[in-house]
Design a protein around this ligand. Structure first.
Ligand code: MLC
Ligand code: AMP
Length: 505
């Protein structure tokens, strides 16, 4: 049997390959046959480059069906897909490319100059461009080259543990780590979710998520691909477009911000959701208030689930049965989830502790970081998630906090240490602390507290302008505060809880 994830999808394509697989917001239609042939052309192109076995293909492009097809082609050809957030800037891309050493980099045409410089310096042999199709005819060199290739390709044989993708997650120490996911990690999770969320004939997925993280690339796309279901592809989340396409859809996935934004639109109502079967939320905590308001306005209980890049999906509220607000639900079949208390024993009902997990979905380790990988696993093979939670009497898990210093803003993870290091480089700054403060739209907003050097002058606007040129825009603090001294405990550790209390309002 071929463990290649694409082979699994292909086996489940609809028998009529002329049916629609992807419809875009601007009325372009891709049949299943189009997906099969276009991914074959790209896979042939990849093979013609004679990349080494296990070569990484790093991709920083705008969302488009072609970007998804490139992912599928990478699977088919047996290489390793490495998606990168389009917001990443020079220093971030430079780090990822040097660390992952991709043999091929695909970027947007407008970034070709600086990205290719980074890539060639890091030893990549090839840099191609792929444009968002809305920008007219300039489709980029990737598709121009692929056009010359055959549209027939036999998907390569893969072993279950062969790598399919590497997803970088920010590290608490400030250094991002590449989570290595195998074909079987992804396949096992996709199969479990197909049953858990009762994917069925006639489902249409409204796909508004970005394609460079687990949520949009795996959870959403895999669900539709494995079920042979059509996706309506939006280039990004846009409230008006979502409202426009909801009546034709049955399933939508999003981060809590999407649901908050839908509720803010006065035209959002039950009628628009009449065809909808399921709204799923994840990547960040869904407020109880959002859950209840959404129920009232749409008639739907949002199904909240919990996962991470290293593990894909772990826990989910049930499709049938009670979806409890404020919880992420029950462990998915085949996934072991335990909560350990401060003594290292299994926590009792409602007892808070660290969350550890084990299962076929758990990743193969961090790219080229064996020590870090070893640190994150217990002796009996459980992965330490860095999240803190508790089980209730019915076995539903709630996430009550994080042992990792992490801010989740609109579903994107931001590690304070990374931002603090950049701020501390500014000549006027003595030290800084980056904290997350509650934010109505993003859930949490990144904010920075700065202590300036004696007699130094610096205003908030200049700090923000400088940061915007250095780091991805979603990491840039929404607010900057200045104080004389950071509060510290007796061990000298900055008391971020004190800062959060002081600046929340
Ligand atoms: C954009 N901005 C953000 C932001 N997104 N700021 C903070 N947090 C965010 N998430 C800022 C930009 O920097 C910009 O600032 C301004 O908002 C407008 O940018 P935009 O691109 O027009 O924003 P918008 O399209 O409104 O994007 C917001 C969003 C998007 C919520 C729709 O962030 C989004 O789609 N998030 C989903 C993230 C996701 O897929 N997470 C899954 C990770 S996987 P300025 O100052 O330049 O104007 C994972 C595992 C799991 O966590 O369990 O799923
Ligand atoms: P990432 O590493 O980007 O994949 O982010 C994973 C992290 O997102 C998890 O470790 C959690 O902290 C958080 N997360 C994901 N889903 C949820 C959820 N439903 N509720 C709370 N936190 C979540």
């Amino acid at each position: 049997m071929n463990a290649n994830l694409y082979a699994l999808f292909a086996k489940n394509f609809p028998s009529d390959l002329n049916r629609c697989c992807i419809e875009t917001h601007d009325q372009r239609y891709y049949s299943w046959l189009d997906i099969e042939r276009a991914s074959a052309k790209l896979a042939n192109l990849l093979c013609s480059l004679h990349l080494s076995a296990g070569a990484r293909i790093a991709v920083q492009v705008e969302k488009s069906p072609e970007a998804l097809i490139l992912y599928l082609a990478t699977l088919r050809a047996g290489y390793v897909f490495l998606p990168l957030n389009t917001a990443y800037q020079h220093a971030e891309i430079s780090y990822f490319v040097q660390d992952a050493a991709p043999e091929l980099v695909v970027c947007s045409p407008q970034n070709f100059g600086w990205v290719s410089q980074i890539a060639f310096r890091a030893g990549s042999q090839h840099v191609f461009t792929l444009d968002a199709p809305t920008r007219g005819n300039n489709r980029g060199s990737l598709l121009d080259r692929a056009a010359l290739m055959s549209d027939q390709f036999t998907t390569v044989q893969s072993q279950a543990n062969d790598l399919a993708a590497i997803l970088y997650t920010s590290g608490t120490t400030g250094r991002s780590k590449g989570a290595m996911l195998s074909h079987d990690n992804l396949a096992s999770n996709a199969k479990v979710l197909k049953d858990a969320w009762a994917w069925q004939d006639g489902d249409v997925l409204l796909h508004a998520l970005p394609l460079f993280h687990v949520h949009g690339l795996f959870v959403a796309s895999h669900g539709a691909l494995l079920n042979g279901s059509k996706m309506i592809f939006l280039p990004k989340f846009d409230t008006d477009q979502v409202l426009h396409f909801l009546p034709q859809s049955t399933v939508m996935m999003g981060v809590p911000t999407y649901y908050v934004r839908l509720l803010q639109d006065s035209s959002f109502n039950r009628d628009l959701c009449a065809n909808m079967r399921l709204f799923i939320s994840g990547s960040a905590p869904l407020l109880m208030e959002t859950f209840h308001d959404f129920k009232q306005r749409s008639g739907h209980n949002i199904l909240e689930r919990y996962g991470m890049s290293e593990t894909t999906m772990l826990v989910s509220n049930p499709y049938e049965g009670e979806r409890k607000a404020g919880t992420v639900g029950l462990p998915l079949p085949g996934v072991d989830v335990r909560v350990l208390n401060t003594l290292g024993n299994l926590a009792g009902v409602e007892e808070i502790g660290v969350i550890q997990v084990k299962g076929p979905n758990v990743f193969q380790g961090y790219w080229r970081m064996p020590e870090k990988t070893a640190e994150e696993f217990t002796d009996d093979g459980f992965f330490r998630t860095g999240d803190v939670g508790k089980f209730d009497r019915d076995g539903y898990l709630s996430i009550v906090g994080r042992s990792k210093d992490l801010i989740i803003s609109g579903g994107y993870n931001v590690y304070p240490k990374e931002i603090e290091s950049v701020i501390d480089e500014m000549p006027e700054v003595s030290e800084s602390a980056v904290i997350g403060l509650a934010h109505a739209d993003f859930g949490e907003a990144v904010c920075a507290v700065l202590v300036l050097k004696k007699a130094a002058k610096l205003d908030a606007a200049s700090v923000i302008t400088r940061l915007k040129s250095q780091i991805a825009n979603f990491k840039v603090p929404k607010q900057i505060f200045f104080i004389d001294e950071l509060p510290r405990n007796t061990m000298g550790k900055v008391q971020k809880n004190v800062l959060r209390q002081q600046f929340q309002n």
